[in-house]
Design a protein around this ligand. Sequence first.
Ligand SMILES: NC(=O)c1ccc[n+]([C@@H]2O[C@H](COP(=O)([O-])OP(=O)(O)OC[C@H]3O[C@@H](n4cnc5c(N)ncnc54)[C@H](OP(=O)(O)O)[C@@H]3O)[C@@H](O)[C@H]2O)c1
Length: 219
Amino acid sequence: MNIGVLGTGVVGRSLATRLVELGHTVALGTRDGTNPVAHQWLALVGTARGARVGTFAEAAAHGAMVVNATSGASSIAALRLAGERHLYGKVLVDVANPIVSEPGLGTVLSVVNDDSLGEQIQRSFPGVKVVKTLNTVNVDVMIHPGRLAEETTMFVAGDDAEAKATVADLLRSFGWRSILDLGGIAASRGLEMYLPLWLALATATGTATFNLRLVRSQI
Ligand SMILES: NC(=O)c1ccc[n+]([C@@H]2O[C@H](COP(=O)([O-])OP(=O)(O)OC[C@H]3O[C@@H](n4cnc5c(N)ncnc54)[C@H](OP(=O)(O)O)[C@@H]3O)[C@@H](O)[C@H]2O)c1
């Protein structure tokens, strides 16, 4: 599949690499198509499988599916640069967390309780099928869940059932086996507000490569 990955941070580059490994034709998007980090990524993966680097707009236009792996505080701006017409009708996999650093407060969420970044994106781009997922785990777990000692749970949330099924297929190709549909895009609130607990767990365990598993009653 042609996939546009918006974001040249460690998440965007790692997801893009994994997608290339899985046989997808990936365009990695950045504000400035000459971004050296993006071109280092391209040199690493090679162009044999059609991988390329471009602006956010070029990457979004390329993708039948688009991944938002931009800084949460800038995601709406990045998606505006990508352009509504290049996103329209497509599945947008949103892995971003709306994290900001506040003096005296440290890492906090810029949107909480009765709204979320996932919903803000869906409201800003109503013609796009936003699916929130993968934001609850570290990037290494995102792309290689099988490297954890046990099977763990990944969540999806979004208003379009078909889009969630498409994203679940993609997650299964990464190695995810236990995928829980949390309902509409409003469930992004809980997925994003998990971040403070994730940070506490990372501090308490001394590792970022962990995840939770949902265990239900047998009755
Ligand atoms: N690190 C993890 O393990 C992890 C886990 C779960 C979720 N996440 C989430 O994944 C996302 C990506 O994280 P990351 O650490 O890889 O990268 P990041 O540093 O949060 O974001 C980098 C990307 O954001 C773009 N960007 C920055 N400021 C911008 C602006 N003003 N306007 C438009 N675009 C802007 C950059 O564009 P350029 O390419 O032009 O520089 C770059 O592509 C974040 O939302 C993060 O919260 C991360």
